[in-house]
Write a protein that binds this ligand. Sequence first.
Ligand SMILES: [Zn+2]
Length: 294
Amino acid sequence: MTLDDYRRFYAEEIEQVASLTSPALVEAFARVPREQFLGPPPWQLASAEVRAMAAAGLIQLKYRTTSEPRHLYHNVVVSLDSAKDINNGQPSALATWIAALDLQGGDRVYHMGCGVGYYTAIMAEVVGPGGSVVAIDAQPDLAARAQENLSGYHQAAVYSGDGAAFDPEPCDAMLINAGVTHPQALWLERLREGGRLVVPLTVAINSTLGQGAMLKFVRRSGGFSAGLVTFLAIFNGGNLRDPELEAPLRNWLGKAVATGALLKMKSLRRDVHEQDESCLFHVQGMCLNSAPCE
Ligand SMILES: [Zn+2]
């Protein structure tokens, strides 16, 4: 089997485990050469499950070392900077989040926290040459690697910058690849009508990692619909976290998992209102609500 064959089989595996329905997304996984985004071998691989258990302090994290490109075509995370818990993430998880963006050919996409740009390339393939992907990473070394790795995609632009300050301009879809306590107002404002924002609301479990829920907000004429995509563990988005929200979010997310409150969530309200029984998580500027948006 050639490396192209392994990549094709990997795409089919991701299609099955992430229940992908977009042929364009599956095709992108079959086409983009992951090994070209990760720097020269050897590479350090781990399963996402092992990494999550290690983050929770249950086991010692061990990576497996390999220089064989075909080993990258499994559902594994690849360490980019183990001291900072930065990885090229688990393909089935990223595929699920990208699928939630409902990307169409020609869409404009914002990818915040692009790392070395592998998943940015997947999205660039899906939106095609008529679309565009604007990506940033707060770490200049990662942004520089992504820039180099994506130089063949004229529809992708990579910046090094602060996710709280960066203006992605009007977008059809946004993938936030770092754990936050709340969606930034600018992201919601920059979503076009029908635009999709996929963003992880997390509580920090240590200085680098958080756990929580990947949420999806869709801009509708009457506001924003809201839904749960998956539960996850993800790198903390440092300055995208509001210290005042950490405690209420920790309290609420813990209970929400136990009571299924996340499944009752239908909308995001940003207007000033009195808290009532439809409010699932009600803090200043953000209310995850069980009432559908109008
Ligand atoms: Zn409310």
